[in-house]
Design a protein around this ligand. Structure first.
Ligand code: ADP
Length: 441
């Protein structure tokens, strides 16, 4: 301001001086205001250049560098650059923020006050089968048609999680979504979604498991309680007493077997898979299975089964001896328990064409209908319930076998034809089996 006044006065004085030199007092009288007007004109022109520069959004090159207008242009330019930088920084932050929400494993949908979809991430699009672009600004109520969601949306209740059926849900592949509506801003709402199918399945499995275990334990316990009451209240002959005590022993044995199998399962689930430090020779395992199999057959079948064990190559397998023996005998004991007396059961250890090793138990018992096969390794799943119970089965045998074989890097195969028999086999990878060295043998 002061600089402006000073330059204006200097211009007038200089104009007046020049006028005086050229035309005396009259020249000074003209030169003085003329110089002032010239100054104002130049000043206006400079102002116009700055205004035009600002109209073009203030480019990087300043229209004027010197004088008052130069300083104004330079300061405005600096302010504009600062603002641009701040804008760029907040844009980048917003971008990162949206990127994080876009990648979130949970679904996020932003709704305006009327319930239009303003934005959603890919997870939400997948959960609700939206098209992330085409469905923008559609009403959420038109796209999520679950009645429970509609009621929850309409109620405007405080954020509470509800579980609804996913749009792609089917009886064979159920999809369950936990959704929650959070109010924010002016009447807006944020819809969060989580796929809880697995969580619900795990919870159902846990409930079923507890119910099954309770049921399995309650049956022998009820029988035991009945016998105890009888023994307490009735004067029994020694022979009857002995018979009752034997039946009680059978029931308590049944509970013990069940508890042992449950502990085995939980140990298998809770311990790391066996490494390749310990090697177990296969032939002694087969010999042990044969001895125990014959004993079980003599106990259960009259006449006993024709148990044939093929000679096995002298190999050893990396793993845990007790687990391997329990899995191998489990398959043999099933064959003995489910095959009618006198029939043939064949056990063999063979090398497959791809180099893997297979332990197989083949029987010509009743066989199993195809619809049962996928469920056989589920805990407590039984095809022949009464035969399983009669022969002391817990319904956990094949679940244990599957765990053991998988921990040893192999797979359980079941091949069965109703009326013709079954073959249960465990196939182990080449990396876990090696020939027994002569010295070690
Ligand atoms: P369980 O203790 O009842 O034998 P498993 O898990 O070992 O339990 O077997 C599950 C079911 O598979 C059995 O209840 C039985 O119905 C069927 N099963 C298993 N092995 C055989 C077999 N060799 N022949 C026919 N059915 C079998």
């Amino acid at each position: 301001m002061i600089l402006g006044i000073v330059t204006f006065a200097v211009a007038q004085v200089a104009g007046g001086g020049l006028g005086y030199v050229l035309g005396g007092m009259a020249g000074a009288a003209i030169g003085f205001p003329a110089a002032g007007m010239l100054w104002v004109l130049v000043d206006r022109v400079q102002a116009l250049r700055v205004i035009n520069w600002l109209r073009r959004d203030g480019g990087r090159t300043l229209p004027i560098r010197r004088g008052q207008w130069g300083e104004i242009a330079s300061r405005v330019s600096r302010l504009l650059r600062n603002r641009e930088q701040l804008n760029a920084e907040s844009q980048a932050r917003l971008h990162e923020f949206l990127e994080a929400i876009r990648e979130s494993p949970n679904g996020v949908v932003l709704l305006d006050a009327q319930g239009h979809i303003e934005w959603c991430n890919q997870t939400a699009a997948r959960h609700f089968a939206f098209d992330a672009e085409r469905d923008l600004m559609q009403l959420i109520g038109n796209l999520v048609r679950d009645p429970a969601f509609a009621a929850h949306y309409a109620s405007r209740a405080p954020a509470r999680e509800i579980v609804i059926q996913g749009p792609d849900s089917s009886p064979s592949r159920p999809v369950r979504l936990a959704v929650q509506l959070h109010p924010y801003g002016a009447g807006r709402r944020m819809l969060l979604s989580r796929d809880v199918t697995m969580v619900e399945q795990a919870e159902t499995m846990r409930r079923d498991f507890v119910a099954n275990v309770s049921h399995e334990i309650r049956t022998p316990l009820t029988v035991l309680a009945g016998f105890i009451e009888t023994l307490q209240n009735l004067p029994l002959e020694a022979a009857d007493r002995a018979r009752y005590l034997e039946m009680m022993a059978t029931q308590s044995q049944r509970m013990q077997t069940l508890v042992n199998d449950l502990l085995t399962l939980s140990r298998l689930e809770g311990s790391p898979p066996p490494g390749t430090r310990d090697w177990v020779r296969v032939q002694p395992l087969l010999a042990q299975c044969e001895t125990d199999g014959r004993a079980l057959s003599r106990l259960l079948a009259v006449p006993p089964h024709d148990l044939q064990v093929d000679p096995a190559p002298d190999v050893e397998i990396a793993g845990i001896q007790a687990e391997l023996l329990s899995a191998m005998f489990n398959l043999l004991s099933n064959a003995v328990r489910y095959t009618p007396p006198g029939r043939t059961i064949r056990v063999r250890w063979t090398v497959l064409t791809d180099g893997r090793h297979e332990y197989a138990v083949q029987d010509n018992g009743p066989g199993i209908a195809p619809e049962h096969l996928p469920r056989l390794t589920e805990r407590f799943y039984r095809v022949d319930r009464s035969r399983s119970r009669e022969t002391g089965g817990t319904g956990l045998g094949l679940a244990i076998v599957k765990h053991v074989v998988q921990r040893h890097g192999g797979e359980l195969r079941i091949d069965s034809t109703p009326g013709r028999g079954s073959t249960f086999s465990m196939v182990f990878p080449t990396s876990r089996v090696r020939p027994v060295l002569a010295a070690a043998a």
